[in-house]
Ligand binder design. Sequence first.
Ligand code: FE2
Length: 221
Amino acid sequence: MNEGSLITADLPRRHFLCESAALIGGALVGSAVPAVAQECRITEADIIGPFYRVGAPFQTKLAGPDEPGERLTISGTVFSADCKTALPNAFIEVWQANSGGVYDTSTPGNFTETMSFHLRGVMYTDEKGQYQIDTIMPGRYPIPPGLAGLEKYAGLTRPAHIHFRVMESVHVPLTTQLYFKDDPFLATDPWAGHKQTLAIDLKQDGALRRGTFDIALARGF
Ligand SMILES: [Fe+2]
């Protein structure tokens, strides 16, 4: 076994990296290429944060043409814990700040203060387990003061992120956040700083930025 050798499996997504758990030395006699046993990693959880709200509308286009900010499209597939079995009809909630780092609520923890929703949506994955959201790049914002347990972080700038909650009937519900690689505030963030697998690359496509965020859920049985 050579624990120092890790490879990325052929799954193209980076947030549930499938790395070799073991290289079976000697399995292929006379071959320089060892057999590889692969291990799949479920998507890391993250905090729900202070600005989650219940009741967002079914929509995948979160930002209209008049919304300020860089256009962003995120797509992906929700998988079971094997990182291979796609999950149709998984329920996804997404919410984010606007380009100025402001949510549609300024009252942390008030989940139901208004029925007006902005830059939020819920959706189901399709028959292939896939989803897509069309939105804008979220702005960074400081951690609000007065959050129980987070007092020492008040004022610290969070990296840009989009919140996700994902539920599927026989899997463990996941709350997490999507980050963007090369964000200079990732390393100092109390959460993103040690959840590097949640940060994705973006590709420029004309005026649009595109990214892929696949999600692997833990089995509930
Ligand atoms: Fe947030």
